[in-house]
Design a protein around this ligand. Structure first.
Ligand SMILES: Cc1cc2nc3c(=O)[nH]c(=O)nc-3n(C[C@H](O)[C@H](O)[C@H](O)COP(=O)(O)OP(=O)(O)OC[C@H]3O[C@@H](n4cnc5c(N)ncnc54)[C@H](O)[C@@H]3O)c2cc1C
Length: 442
């Protein structure tokens, strides 16, 4: 059930506010108005959104939202949606599923179809398919950073492929940092959901003092760019390389019902019981607001090529994604694309390989991640970005070719090209807005 005080206009306003009014208003309105029907579809397909004591759907509030409107399943909504969609796909007999398979190359043929190469990760084989339409739904680019909430698979493969096919990529430097990644070793940061702050958790500096009042009237629920910059600023003024999130005042019942996973992970990873101990957190790469430019049907500028989900830049997010608008966007654009995608769709054909792929370079992806994390993080500068570009081009020109085809090699090559695109995009920005902040710009 929608919160009685809420309405479409408020959600639209919050989305435009978070996006620094760089959003495409027509897209924002279309996506947000499509929400209720999409939620119904998901429920019909088996997603079991959480309900409250009265049996009504329990809606959460997150940063930048003026009302409680986030449909969720505990603290793992995406996982539940994914399971429901996988079950739905398994019921369809006109879908062939290839597991452990990675799209590594795509080219346009003379017949205006795509010839694509799929790398079979288990058997080290390449399969070729000719298809009339190609949908890129390969997710974000968290793999470009040393620390990200994304899985390691998020290497922006779809961005690399779309760019190679000639589709425009936009705003790749509009990277959203999640303010509260758990401070820990390793590249994948466990995310402490914003909903915990929505339920009353408060950020505190190393002296355990609340500080968000210095930065924004919305305090701990200000949009993510503001909270991330505030934390980064506090960290620069203290000794500890993290701040604390204090959830100790939240009722035990609420923690157990809504945040069982966060409670378990903090205990397992750091031995912290969040009901009586504060949680060390730092901002970490979380979401790519830009990507492959698409229109309202998910179509790129290349005929037959679509991009849906985090890989795409639809205009919904503008310069900063409003929390939790991304799952809505992915589902909405999947639906918006159907008429165009199914029009004149031909059967796929397996074909012998005839594509000449450029040889892979031998690369160390941690070098690329270091450069991007250092020079294209929350706070950027012109000098740093120019330096990053030089370093990346140097890596590219000095790298030797390697004959071994393997998933890590493909991914490192995709990362390098995407890193260059990201830095160039950052250099092209003319003003600070949303998540983009460069000390040399206004
Ligand atoms: C920890 C975490 C919590 C989040 N919480 C929320 C939330 O509460 N609400 C919200 O709206 N958003 C949330 N987000 C963001 C949201 O989950 C993502 O934006 C969304 O999952 C993106 O969906 P996608 O289908 O575009 O990509 P993904 O979910 O990343 O899926 C991409 C898929 O493509 C596959 N793939 C990648 N490259 C290739 C290739 N070359 N060939 C074949 N397959 C490939 C990957 O293996 C993966 O299965 C969260 C993100 C994270 C990381």
């Amino acid at each position: 059930m929608k919160a009685l005080s809420d309405n479409f206009e408020k959600h639209i306003k919050d989305t435009l506010n978070a996006g620094a009014f760089s959003n495409d208003k027509k897209i924002v309105e279309k996506v947000i108005h499509s929400g209720p029907k999409l939620i119904d579809d998901l429920i019909n397909w088996g997603v079991q959104f959480d309900k409250n004591h009265n049996g009504e759907f329990d809606l959460a509030i997150e940063g930048g939202h003026s009302d409680a409107r986030i449909w969720h399943k505990e603290d793992q909504t995406g996982k539940d949606i994914q399971s429901a969609l996988i079950n739905k796909i398994l019921d369809l007999d006109n879908v062939d599923l290839f597991e452990n398979t990675t799209l590594v190359n795509a080219e346009k043929t003379t017949n205006n179809t795509f010839s694509i190469q799929l790398f079979d990760n288990k058997n080290n084989l390449i399969n070729n398919i000719i298809c009339s339409k190609l949908v890129l739904a390969t997710g974000g680019i968290g793999g470009l950073f040393e620390k990200s909430t994304n899985q390691e698979i998020a290497t922006g493969d779809g961005i690399y492929i779309a760019n190679k096919l000639g589709a425009p990529i936009e705003n790749l430097s509009f990277i959203q940092f999640h303010p509260t990644g758990l401070y820990q070793k390793g590249s994948i940061s466990f995310l402490i959901s914003e909903a915990l702050r929505g339920s009353g958790a408060q950020l505190r500096n190393e002296k355990k003092e609340a500080f968000m009042y210095k930065y924004d009237d919305r305090l701990d629920l200000a949009p993510r760019d503001i909270v991330s910059r505030a934390i980064s600023n506090e960290i620069n003024q203290q000794i500890l390389p993290y701040v604390y999130l204090d959830a100790t005042k939240i009722d035990a019942e609420i923690i157990d019902k809504h945040f069982p996973n966060i409670k378990k992970e903090c205990l397992d990873r750091l031995g912290i019981n969040i009901q009586n101990g504060v949680i060390p957190v730092v901002p970490v790469q979380h979401y790519s607001c830009g990507g492959v430019k698409v229109n309202e049907y998910g179509e790129t500028a290349v005929e037959g090529l679509y991009a849906i989900g985090e890989v795409a830049s639809t205009g919904l997010h503008g310069a900063n994604r409003l929390a939790s608008n991304s799952l809505l966007e992915a589902i909405a654009f999947a639906k918006f694309s159907i008429p165009s995608l199914t029009n004149n769709l031909k059967n796929n054909l397996f074909s012998p390989t005839d594509i000449k792929t450029s040889p892979l370079l031998k690369l160390d992806k941690s070098e690329i991640q270091k450069i991007i994390s250092h020079y294209a993080g929350i706070v950027k500068s012109n000098e740093g970005l120019a330096q990053a570009k030089n370093l990346l081009l140097e890596i590219k020109s000095n790298a030797i070719e390697c004959s071994e085809i393997s998933l890590p090699n493909y991914e490192a090559n995709f990362l390098l090209e995407n890193a260059i695109l990201l830095i160039q995009d950052a250099l092209n920005q003319k003003e600070n807005k949303g998540v983009y902040f460069n000390v040399d710009l206004n």
